[in-house]
Ligand binder design. Sequence first.
Ligand SMILES: [Zn+2]
Ligand SMILES: [Zn+2]
Ligand SMILES: [Zn+2]
Length: 184
Amino acid sequence: MPVNRELQEAAIVSQIPDREEILKLVNRFASNEDFDTIKSFLTAAKAVRSLESFRTMKRANRVRKHCVRCHGVYTDEENTSKSCVIPHLFCSDGRGTGGMGEGGKIYEYEALCCEDVVVEEEGAGNDNYRMRGLGFCLVDRHTEDPEVAAEDHNGENVVPCEIDASGKCTREYLNPNHHSPHFH
Ligand SMILES: [Zn+2]
Ligand SMILES: [Zn+2]
Ligand SMILES: [Zn+2]
């Protein structure tokens, strides 16, 4: 087995203690004989962190990238399966539901991106939207791969990059929030 493969597998199965565990161990459980082992572990951890390749990796993880799905900025360091969040996009033509709320007649707006998703507003123009339970259109990991993003394209709120003359994407990043919907 190649050495890098061997190390990968060892890293997956080894139970590397975290900072909290080490602190608790030193504070409460470890005997004097254990201290040498703990010291070697910390020295080894420090040696790995000070490798030139480790620093290169950390720098690479902090490079700001453009997500080709949500058109937001991200770094690999903070990219998780919940980082790329795209809110629904609604048609700005509302219609009365016939219902009344505290803020007046209730209007509803249909999502352009998803079937059967509507947002209600109490009184047209009041910006008093019922956002609860609306959720988001899409939650995933940010990506630089157009083919990955293309799987989610819907021609409404999930669209490919549009690159201007200077090479920048001009697509609007729809800020996901729980306070107000985005309208087309
Ligand atoms: Zn994204
Ligand atoms: Zn949607
Ligand atoms: Zn873009």
